[in-house]
Design a protein around this ligand. Sequence first.
Ligand code: MG
Length: 455
Amino acid sequence: MASPRGKLFGTNGVRFRPGIDADLRFVLVLAECIGTYFSEGDVLVGRDGRLSGESLSLLTTSGLMSSGRNVGETGLVPTPALQFATRALGYRGGIMVTASHNPPEYNGIKVMGHDGVEIPRLDEQKIEHVYHDNSMHRANWVEVGTSRPEPSTIRLYLQGILSQVSTKLISGRRFSVVVDPGNGAQSLAAPALLDMLGCKVISINSVIDGRFPARGPEPTPATLGDLSAAVRASGADLGVAYDGDGDRAIFCDETGLVYWGDQSGTLLADYLLERRPGGTLVTPVSSSQIVEVVAAKRQARVIRTRVGSVDVSRTIIERDAFFGFEENGGCIYPAHIPVRDGGMATALMLECLAVRGLSFSKVVAGAFPHFYQAKTKVPVDPSKVKMVMKAVERQASGKVEKVDGLKVWTDEKTWTLIRPSGTEPIVRIFCESDTESKAEAVMRKFSKIAKSAAA
Ligand code: MG
């Protein structure tokens, strides 16, 4: 489709498959609409390593100039670097050409305000109105914008991260770290960051390639076998992997065991709280209850949001929280910048391990109890989603939370989150409990309810 109707923005910017869902002219027009929304000042444009990234960022720059905006061009950078530089260099806004962890055929446009944070949902609608009303500003020959390179972005970003941690303390430990950017944009920043922190760096999959040939752009326990093996083979202290645009970090310990993001996020929260107890912590409804265990121990309060990093970022800002994270490895440390940043998470993790003075696995074992998780998905026709959710709610005994989907508490330590997917015709069922048998049992119970209501 050359000109999509309806909603353009999804959970995380505008995502599409160039040449399949939209042709390239769509990007030019969309950029004119974004330039119209910004209405003044200069805009910073960057891209990750996707094959369509170069053409899409050129079109984005052209569309912005067409609407009268001047453009700074970073070229290839991690998303958090673009966000940090947008704020640090006083740009009116930033645009990142990225589809984050989506498969290689996807790309997208992410729009940031002057603070480097994704613009609010209401502002996304303003851009959609300009697009659908065809009311974009098209500058005349005198007003048309110009572009210039902005080569200092990654240097600024790394300096920003280093200023937030004790480099002396970290360097003193001489950590040995395996880094796996997964052919993504952190290839340009993370190995350099670790080097600056005095680590012995072993890089794998660190040549940018928009086909993501090594392990795909999404780091999960299932895709990080090479990282675990490299950590074990080299006797490294830890491993870290990033998603395609470098805003998410997933860690493994010295035994190669990969921790999901709510474990590493809770570990960092525990460390930050030890330095400064109290305060507010933000995480989506889907994260493990270990966060409440740690918060209770350290007199902190937890705010649960809808799933999605923009909701976590905006809540952190509104509630003046000290930290936030998602279970997919997104960590947000607002003292640095209130957006997800895989590089910042890495530096904090090294500082945490340096202060603890123990191996990664021992630090995790001492931080929080173990809970068991189980998940499944049930195919549900979009027309039946409401009915399925009603059936679940009717048959739920116990406390029900409705922050995002339905979160049903069966006992004090057992919850099930039932949530329709935003992108596929399925309902996701995600359970957590203090025993494996309870987690499996509630998963079977709610999947049976959903299946019979969907039939
Ligand atoms: Mg990402």
